[in-house]
Design a protein around this ligand. Structure first.
Ligand SMILES: Cc1cc2nc3c(=O)[nH]c(=O)nc-3n(C[C@H](O)[C@H](O)[C@H](O)COP(=O)(O)OP(=O)(O)OC[C@H]3O[C@@H](n4cnc5c(N)ncnc54)[C@H](O)[C@@H]3O)c2cc1C
Length: 440
């Protein structure tokens, strides 16, 4: 095949790995990432189960390898606008959003960020912190270039300020920058658009957004991370107090016919990891994990749970809490749950209990994101009943979508952890290589 270029959509760990593998095979890779930096959700995690490796220490070298590869052409802050054609001959239009910053000039020094007077919610820290309207999404961002958020910049919204321009010695600020459309011709497409955490606000019984100190697991990841809003000090958002008791609630919106019927797959393990980390931060802290049933099927996962129980004061409570209220005396969250254990005599006991804790972490459902409507409507890309990219023959072609030449890896095709996403990414690279054939 003469066209030896590939489009990868999504620059999380799956898209990064697929890009590196494809580029190493000598293929030209166009990696399109919606946000200003590659990295995806893994960049937001503190450590990873079941080894507790530092997430960024594993990810950052891969981000640099990917962006620095001579065969990878990175389009960050960009989205795929249109896709036409068929396997071996896809025509793609990529929309590059204006950053209002000249990437060739920006040195990433941060002088502009310091001068910017506008502070807005920081999405990387899941709103627990503020960032400026001109910002680097996180310290290890790739590319290490700032972006002006057009929706909050004072000059772009109200026509006054330009302090960043004055501060930038490199002359990188460019308020005249326009959106750009780039046409690409590629032989194959790899989808790696990942997931979003489900917003638990609609599950009123858990009081998210209404009861103090009820947070999500991703918020917790940022709270314990040294690069997070508290510098890695685990403290309650409401008053900065060190929590002594923490409740993790599993399957918030998952495995629930009213919301998302499927299992989000990684929550039993990430809750266990987070409970271990909490105890490492404060050794007298106790965690209670309220679970539906334990899904610990990966290598060393069961052993990880045993260690959590025996060495890190983690108690597993088999129950699905029905409500969280506010304790009138302490103001802390009170978790109401139905115990479904066997009593001493072996008979099933059903008791409604409540537990007053300092912090509640909701492990909410994880939902697919970023699947391109155009691909679904015009190319016939099938989604499954939950919105994940459908895989037609999972047993024999686990990364092939319903459209020949379009492959899918990572969380956008099914809930999965980082190692599985990496395996699938390499599998997509192998399938693309098969399609494109050897270099003539
Ligand atoms: C709280 C929490 C803790 C976790 N802890 C662990 C752990 O310890 N160990 C572990 O193995 N797993 C863990 N996971 C799971 C892990 O985060 C996922 O397995 C992993 O992030 C999947 O990678 P991905 O590349 O498929 O998706 P993502 O990380 O979601 O990356 C997708 C990328 O695609 C981009 N994108 C989306 N739509 C578009 C579009 N239309 N165009 C262009 N770009 C787009 C996104 O901006 C993003 O950069 C955890 C998950 C959560 C929620």
């Amino acid at each position: 095949m003469s066209n030896r270029a590939v489009l990868v959509i999504g620059g999380g760990i799956a898209g990064i790995q697929a890009s590196i593998d494809l580029a190493n095979m000598g293929l030209q890779v166009y990696l399109v990432e919606r946000t200003p930096s590659i990295g995806g959700r893994m960049a937001q995690l503190d450590k990873t189960f079941p080894t507790n490796d530092c997430s960024m220490c594993i990810l950052a070298p891969k981000m640099i390898e990917c962006a620095g590869h001579e065969n990878v052409h990175l389009f960050t802050y960009s989205e795929v606008d249109e896709v036409r054609g068929e396997a071996g001959d896809f025509r793609v239009t990529v929309r590059r959003k204006p950053r209002y910053v000249d990437l060739n000039r920006c040195t990433g020094c941060g002088d502009c960020v310091e001068k910017c007077p506008r502070r807005v919610a920081d999405e990387f820290n899941v709103g627990l912190d503020k960032r400026k309207a001109i910002y680097l999404p996180f310290p290890q961002a790739v590319p290490r270039k700032v972006t002006i958020d057009a929706e909050t910049c004072l000059y772009l919204t109200k026509g006054r300020c330009r302090l960043c321009e004055e501060a930038c010695e490199a002359g990188a600020i460019d308020f005249e920058q326009q959106e750009e459309l780039v046409e690409l011709e590629v032989a194959a497409i790899v989808m790696a658009t990942g997931f979003d955490p489900y917003d638990p606000t609609s599950l009123k019984e858990y009081g998210y957004g209404e009861i103090d100190n009820v947070i999500t697991a991703l918020e917790f990841e940022r709270l314990v991370c040294a690069s997070g809003p508290t510098g890695g000090h685990l403290e309650r958002p409401s008053d900065g107090k060190v929590p002594r008791t923490v409740a993790f609630i599993q399957c918030v919106g998952s495995r629930d016919v009213h919301y998302k019927p499927y299992c989000s797959s990684v929550c039993c393990m990430h809750a266990t990891k987070e409970a271990i980390l909490a105890n490492e931060h404060h050794p007298d802290l106790r965690s209670f994990i309220f679970y539906t049933d334990m899904r610990a099927v990966g290598k060393q996962f069961q052993e990880y749970i045993v260690r959590a129980r025996e060495e890190y004061s983690v108690t597993y409570v088999r129950s699905r809490p029905g409500q969280i209220t506010v304790d009138q005396d302490t103001g802390s969250p009170n978790v109401w749950y139905d115990e479904t254990v066997f009593g001493e005599a072996g008979d099933r006991v059903r008791r409604v209990n409540s537990m007053d804790v300092d912090l509640v972490i909701l492990c909410q459902a994880l939902v697919p994101r970023g699947v391109h409507r155009e691909m679904v409507e015009k190319l016939g890309l099938e989604l499954d009943e939950s919105g994940f990219v459908a895989i037609r023959e999972r047993l024999v072609r686990p990364v092939d979508t319903s459209v020949p030449g379009i492959f899918a890896c990572g969380f956008c095709q099914s809930p999965q952890d980082i190692p599985d996403s990496v395996i699938q990414a390499s599998a997509t690279a192998a399938r693309v290589a098969e399609l494109v054939g050897p270099r003539k």
